[in-house]
Design a protein around this ligand. Structure first.
Ligand code: XMP
Length: 529
């Protein structure tokens, strides 16, 4: 389902997933719709997509490497404005008859860029400025008709252009924050050179999505599996806005959500949104399912499979449902596409085959978020009126607390973990708020990014009053991170750790010890299972 507004599309030809994604996000930050396209797309295929402009991303390869990705040279004949970065800059040079040489010395990190001559791309940026470089090869001869508009000490062609054909390229990365005027350059390209309009806004998008969903669904019924997570909640709100009571949400409560979460889901969707809402209390069923299971992978698998089983049992009770709405988001698609194309990010290889439809059951899928990045999904959620605590909830594993209880999961352990976890969250929410009040930043250097309690399979001796106890230990896990790929343990003040600890042992029966996990990722992971 296309997401472009007013027909504008900036296609990012992706030579290496992480670079392309970042560029698409930056373009969208400027309210222009952008999508990743595999770099080996043919000019004819590209022309069919009717893009307004192209950006060639950076990539890890050397243009002369044997397996180096190449663009179809005919794309330069489509008459589209094109901007290339890093590998994209070199590819453009080579494709149009210039030359790239392997330099003696690479250039990595900040570099001082010196402009020469006028350039619409670099307009309103200083003659000397800091840019971010990451390359060894360099363009040593520009193609015919091109001029050099900037250089650095080690890179003679740091920016080149053929303004007449609207072809521009930079060796540095304007998409990274360390390039001081990168955003200005992108604005110059999108609005000055390409004459695009910044009209990709949340309000426009909601209207557009609602129209699309209505057109697709017609008078049919839609079902959606709610997990309590951000993506499925946002899809629920969006599809409900489009088709109202034709949507039925099935909330599969496996019993492993955090304290207060099932109640919040029910309150938001049943009461606030007044949706047709089925709350399936499967808590006992899931506990029985994993009774005695201690292997983390086995727990995850059993819970994941059962979730869908419960959902489809419920779905089959409803008559005349043709569609199933799903919270697939853009990174899911890019990642599954990247795997299928051997590293190059590719568009649309949907997750359809991952849904375990039972024999004889089939629904047509609606995936309205399949071209949104996570932060856009959150923005959409807020614009649709979902509560902030739901939209900005911390990452949470699908199998939930079941994998934060090490070893066997029992109802007694679940109760202990829920209570301890609620205290950790309460105390650290308050700590983050205090930091925010002091620094004015939501994600200041010391704020915690994700925090929770873990219940390990340990008991130890303690003393409470005059009595010897033999109780559970609770581990507090709190990390600083931006994307969960790497993380460091949060350097929490002793007083904060102290109050978490004393509250847990005082308020949670059965716990007599609290420990703090001081391991970064890597070598540990954020979760314990
Ligand atoms: P690890 O433990 O691998 O976790 O460092 C990285 C991030 O992913 C979250 N996580 C999950 N998120 N479904 C999710 O949506 C899952 O099954 C899952 N398992 C881990 C974890 O909380 C951390 O933020």
């Amino acid at each position: 389902m296309a997401t472009r507004s007013s027909g504008q599309l900036v296609a990012v030809l992706d030579f290496g997933a992480q670079y392309g994604q970042l560029i698409a996000r930056r373009v969208r930050d400027l309210h222009v719709y952008s999508e990743l396209v595999p770099c080996d797309v043919s000019a004819a295929e590209l022309a069919q997509m009717k893009p307004s402009a192209l950006i060639l991303s950076g990539g890890p390869a050397s243009v002369y490497a044997e397996d180096a990705p190449h663009v179809d040279p005919a794309i330069f004949e489509l008459g589209l404005p094109i901007l290339g970065f890093c590998y994209g800059h070199q590819t453009m040079a080579v494709a149009l008859g210039g030359e790239v040489a392997h330099a003696e010395k690479g250039e990595y990190g900040p570099a001082s860029l010196v402009r020469s001559g006028s350039s619409e791309l670099l307009m309103s940026t200083p003659g000397e400025q800091t840019v971010w470089m990451s390359h060894r090869d360099s363009v040593c001869r520009v193609p015919k008709g091109f001029s050099v508009t900037a250089r650095t000490e080690t890179c003679p062609v740091a920016a080149m252009e053929c303004a007449e054909r609207r072809l521009y390229a930079t060796q540095f990365h304007p998409e990274v924050r360390h390039t001081d005027y990168g955003r200005r350059m992108l604005e110059n390209f999108l609005f000055g050179i390409c004459r695009l309009e910044p009209n990709w806004t949340m309000d426009n998008l909601i209207d557009e999505k609602v129209d699309q969903i209505r057109a697709q669904v017609g008078n049919d019924r839609v079902i959606l599996g709610l997990s309590g997570g951000v993506d499925s909640s946002v899809v629920a709100a969006l599809v409900h806005r489009a088709v109202g009571d034709q949507l039925t949400c099935v909330f599969v409560n496996h019993g492993f959500l955090r304290q207060g979460e099932p109640e919040l889901v029910e309150e938001v969707f049943r009461d606030q949104f007044d949706m047709s809402f089925v709350h399936v209390h499967a808590e006992e069923r899931f506990l029985r399912l994993i009774a005695g299971v201690t292997d983390p992978e086995k727990k995850r698998k059993l819970i994941g499979t059962e979730f869908w089983k419960v959902f489809f049992e419920e779905a089959q009770r409803l008559d005349g449902v043709r569609f199933m709405a799903q919270g697939t988001i853009y990174p899911d698609i890019i990642e599954s596409g990247a795997r299928k194309t051997g590293g190059k990010a590719s568009t649309i290889k949907s997750h359809h085959n991952l849904i375990p439809f039972p024999p004889g059951v089939h629904f047509d899928l609606i995936e309205p978020l399949d071209h949104f990045f996570k932060d856009e999904v959150r923005e959409l959620g807020m614009a649709l009126g979902l509560p902030e605590s739901m939209v900005y909830r911390q990452p949470f594993p699908g199998p939930g607390l079941a994998i934060r209880i090490i070893g066997e999961v029992t109802s007694e352990k679940l109760e202990i973990l829920k209570a301890a976890d609620a205290i950790v969250r309460e105390e650290l929410d308050a700590y983050n708020t205090r930091l925010f009040e002091q620094t004015g930043e939501h994600n200041s250097e010391h704020s915690c990014w994700q925090y929770f309690a873990v219940l390990p399979d340990i008991r130890s001796v303690g003393v409470m009053g005059d009595e010897r106890t033999y109780g559970h230990t609770v581990i507090v896990r709190a990390v600083e991170s931006s994307d969960a790929m790497t993380a460091d343990w949060a350097k929490l003040p002793y007083e904060v750790l102290g109050s978490i600890s004393s509250r847990i042992v005082a308020e949670v029966a059965g716990v007599n010890r609290v420990a703090y996990d001081v391991t970064p990722k890597p070598p540990a992971t954020i979760e314990w299972e």
